[in-house]
Design a protein around this ligand. Structure first.
Ligand SMILES: Nc1nc2c(ncn2[C@@H]2O[C@H](COP(=O)(O)OP(=O)(O)O)[C@@H](O)[C@H]2O)c(=O)[nH]1
Ligand SMILES: [Mg+2]
Length: 149
């Protein structure tokens, strides 16, 4: 089973995104028989915000197929140090959260993700209106062989 590590600061939207994807799987994709409750490793934001916890994220990354790095579009700062993505040996994608909010600055969020060493395409999302969630759901399904494996 392809697993995903969610990283991002406190309040970036990790748990909300996980819950949205899991609920969608439960309500629309029941027959796929994928255990999405174990698909995500949802680490507390402190593990990114406090450098002495970085090793926890690195250890967790060994158990997953890919990493989703969240950047809150409403934040004028980032918790990712320069080239942070390079400490991981797994593919890492950038997810920009809360794009529904009036103060969302997607351009700034993209700059932060670039700074972290993450490559485009990025995934702008909102769990409030569902914007941008479909591509992530497809990614999840691809990772899990659409339930066939
Ligand atoms: N408007 C809006 N709020 C969001 C979105 N995603 C998360 N939030 C809110 O942001 C807060 C923190 O979200 P949470 O998922 O707990 O963040 P976590 O600490 O990374 O797990 C909660 O109040 C969520 O309702 C979003 O896409 N849009
Ligand atoms: Mg959380």
């Amino acid at each position: 089973m392809g697993r995903i590590l969610l990283i991002g600061g406190i309040g970036a939207g990790k748990t909300s995104l996980k819950q949205m994807l899991m609920d969608e799987q439960l309500s629309y994709q029941k027959t796929q028989m994928i255990d999405f409750t174990h698909t995500f490793i949802d680490c507390p934001g402190e593990y990114l915000e406090i450098p002495r916890f970085y090793h926890v994220l690195i250890d967790a990354s060994h158990q997953v197929s890919e990493i989703w790095a969240l950047q809150d579009a409403t934040k004028q700062r980032t918790f990712y140090p320069p080239k942070f993505s390079k400490v991981f040996r797994k593919p890492i994608i950038g997810v920009i959260t809360k794009v529904d909010l009036a103060n969302a600055d997607i351009k700034q969020a993209r700059t932060f993700l670039h700074y972290a060493g993450i490559e485009e395409p990025f995934y702008p999302t909102s769990v409030m209106n569902g914007e941008g969630v479909a591509p992530l759901r497809r990614r999840l399904e691809a990772l899990n062989g659409s339930g066939k494996g």
